[in-house]
Design a protein around this ligand. Structure first.
Ligand SMILES: [Zn+2]
Length: 291
């Protein structure tokens, strides 16, 4: 295992470890808890409303821990963060369910995502974690772009989410999700692309490296276990996700846990834990970007 950069170690020092987790994949159809926009209207709506507090974290974000005169560790790097789903998707089934071509199949433009039993939506969760992650990466010098501006809109389509990373020529891209699976399922997993005879093929190898770095940092930083129901040792390779198939830059999905698992749901509702998730993701991405 490679040594972590000093800045990562410094940041890791801020992390306490503990938790048991769950992961899932409301990434668009595979997870049992994923619902279509049409179905979503039946979901508790508190999630969408209670949703995001963009950039408003109660806790201070970790200090960059830079020595005087030392350049920001991620200076010159471009990172695209894709907060899965969107807060108003459930109210716009027609737009969301429109089929788009993801090369290996046609899929809905976007999905509503899942939620905890208490109604905290995946869209709100991914937005909050993503804005925290963006803040940390910026503090380390990276140029960061998000695929959506708030948690009150619809989409963008999964094709567009990939295009945003491509257009930015991102050095690394990550799509943030949490799963909605059976209550006993738990743990996180990372999804990476497979070769499909398409545009993602040249970055499949780098995406795997990014995935391995994020898996390691996520486990250390959050204390959540590997998924006990998807993938092998928290690694899953898929060719059915538009966000991966259409990416020409190194890209992964993180399924942070299972929102339908009570213990993990409680963690995800906790802002301090979401900050830990964001910090873990930042450390993993930094490890990859500096390798
Ligand atoms: Zn999702």
């Amino acid at each position: 295992m490679r040594a972590l950069p000093a800045t990562v170690l410094a940041a890791c020092g801020l992390i306490v470890s503990a938790c048991g987790g769950a992961a899932g994949s409301a990434t668009g159809g595979t997870a049992s808890g994923t619902v279509t926009a049409g179905q979503a209207a039946q979901q508790p709506q508190a999630g969408a409303a209670a949703a995001a507090t963009p950039g408003a974290s109660a806790e201070a974000s970790p200090a960059p821990a830079r020595a005087k005169g030392v350049a920001a560790p991620l200076s010159g790097k471009v990172v695209v963060i894709d907060p899965g789903h969107n807060g108003a998707n459930y109210r716009n089934p027609k737009a969301v369910n429109r089929k788009v071509n993801v090369l290996t199949q046609w899929k809905p433009c976007d999905t509503t995502g899942t939620s905890t039993d208490s109604g905290y939506s995946e869209a709100a969760f991914t937005w909050d974690v993503s804005t925290r992650l963006a803040k940390i990466l910026k503090s380390r010098g990276a140029t960061v772009k998000l695929t959506r501006h708030d948690n009150n809109g619809v989409g963008p389509c999964i094709t567009e989410r990939a295009a945003i990373g491509n257009k930015a020529k991102a050095d690394a891209a990550i799509s943030v999700h949490a799963d909605g699976s059976a209550p006993a399922n738990h743990g996180f997993h990372v999804i990476m692309p497979k070769k499909i005879g398409g545009p993602v093929d040249p970055v499949v190898g780098d995406s795997r490296e990014l995935g391995l770095a994020v898996r390691s940092a996520f486990e250390k930083g959050t204390g959540l276990p590997y998924s006990n129901y998807i993938g092998s040792k928290a690694l899953s390779f898929r060719n059915d996700l538009g966000g991966l198939n259409l990416s020409t830059v190194p890209k992964i999905f993180i399924e942070a846990g299972n929102m339908r698992n009570a213990a993990e749901a409680a963690k995800f509702r906790d802002p301090a834990f979401r900050q830990r998730i964001a910090l873990a993701l930042a450390n993993g991405m930094q490890h990859y970007l500096q390798a």
